[in-house]
Design a protein around this ligand. Structure first.
Ligand SMILES: [Zn+2]
Length: 136
């Protein structure tokens, strides 16, 4: 690859709106889980919440309810009172993304979760769709 071509490519990439570029490489990090005694520690919880662009408190509330256990945040890690495999945690994270991150109309992740009192609305910045969310 010539230096000129690389410069051109670099320049071209800068012209693409950020949201479009990000949605094209959108991916949810795999859960990194450790089981310690009877507890499961989701070590990269903070990374998952920021990749999903959602509040950690909202995500953990959902995970605890779906897993049916108590737990809490410890720094950037989530701790669940119970033993869960990577797959069990990943499945819940993916379901969370489908429900609370990906637009229900166009499937893009360029959405915001807006709070209106006790109600959350999912608003898509790509297509403008809105959907009201059940509470977690
Ligand atoms: Zn949309």
């Amino acid at each position: 690859m010539s230096e000129d071509y690389e410069k051109l490519l670099d320049h071209a990439l800068k012209q693409i709106p950020k949201a479009v570029f990000e949605s094209s490489r959108y991916q949810i990090p795999e859960a990194e889980v450790s089981i310690v005694g009877n507890r499961t520690i989701l070590r990269n919880f903070g990374g998952i919440a920021s990749a999903l662009n959602r509040e950690p408190e909202h995500l953990i509330k959902y995970l605890l309810r779906e897993l049916g256990v108590a737990g809490n945040l410890e720094g950037t890690q989530a701790v669940f009172q119970g033993k869960f495999s990577n797959t069990a945690v990943n499945n819940r994270v993916r379901r969370y993304a489908e429900e609370f991150v990906l637009c229900h109309e166009c499937g893009k992740p360029d959405t915001r979760l807006e709070r209106r009192g006790r109600i959350y609305m999912l608003r898509c910045e790509a297509c403008g769709a809105r959907a009201s969310m059940r509470s977690v």
